[in-house]
Design a protein around this ligand. Structure first.
Ligand code: 13P
Length: 251
């Protein structure tokens, strides 16, 4: 049985005081013993603060990015997977579309980051998704497949068992345009089938999150799809009521 995961990607938002308040509101709003996994992904400078405050709670912590090199070493400005583990992270996002498009991250680099994360004991949430132009050209499945082929090439079968995949159509991120449950299910089913070609049992256990304008009012219908195992939530994760409502929709 796959357990649901609802993950909040805070992106580059927040400050110490605001985060303290958001966490306290979130803990009040969430069920004390949620029947799902919940994680928040603050900006790197706040990871230690959030991990310390969430230590005795059901909320896990993840980073938004990681260095592909294990290090330690001369990689100015980078943060290693071991450092993320050290400050209390359990997860890390790799290959978010904003990193692919704004910072030129290739699928090869994303796969190397996933490998580095796994080596340090982190769960990588590997993000994939097509742009609007690619969808209009009918290339969606081809794009997703090419993004995942690099991951299949870099990771061992044992490592693939530990990852989470997030499908985030780029045109649905921050736009208020959610993929319809049918559109999302089509891609999620395709992703599971790709993994099944590697290993059927692994595919059945794989958690595939949907991301892209997930809100309290659309979460339940998305989460009801056969191959959607939770959400990667951006804007709505900055609002405790909204995020906790999304978590409840997944329960
Ligand atoms: P929004 O939920 O704001 O569309 O962001 C989605 C996302 O990019 C999460 O990683």
């Amino acid at each position: 049985m796959r357990s649901f995961l609802v993950a909040g990607n805070w992106k580059m938002h927040g400050d110490s005081a605001g985060i303290k308040q958001l966490l306290s509101e979130l803990l009040k709003a969430l069920p004390a013993e949620p029947g799902i996994d919940i994680a928040v992904f603050p900006p790197a400078v706040y990871l230690a603060q959030v991990a310390a405050e969430m230590a005795a709670t059901p909320v896990a912590v993840g980073a938004q990015n990681v260095c592909a090199q294990a290090g330690p070493g001369a990689y100015t400005g980078e943060i290693s997977a071991a450092m993320l583990t050290d400050v209390g992270c359990q997860y890390v996002l790799v290959g978010h579309s904003e990193r692919r498009s704004l910072y030129g991250e290739s699928s090869q680099l994303v796969a190397e980051k996933a490998k580095a994360a796994l080596t340090a004991g982190l769960i990588p949430v590997v993000c994939v998704g097509e742009s609007e132009a690619q969808r209009d050209e009918g290339q969606t499945l081809e794009v997703i497949s090419s993004q995942l082929v690099a991951v299949f090439a870099a990771l061992t079968a044992a490592e693939l068992k530990k990852i989470v995949v997030a499908y985030e159509p780029v045109w649905a991120i921050g736009t208020g345009k959610t993929a319809s449950p049918e559109q999302a299910q089509e891609v999620h089913g395709f992703i599971r089938a790709l993994f099944a070609k590697q290993d059927e049992a692994l595919a059945n256990e794989l958690r595939i999150l949907y991301g892209g304008s997930v809100k309290a009012n659309n979460a339940a219908t998305l989460f009801a799809q056969a191959d959607i195992d939770g959400g990667l939530v951006g804007g709505a994760s900055l609002d405790a009521q909204e995020f906790s409502a999304i978590c409840r929709a997944a329960e």
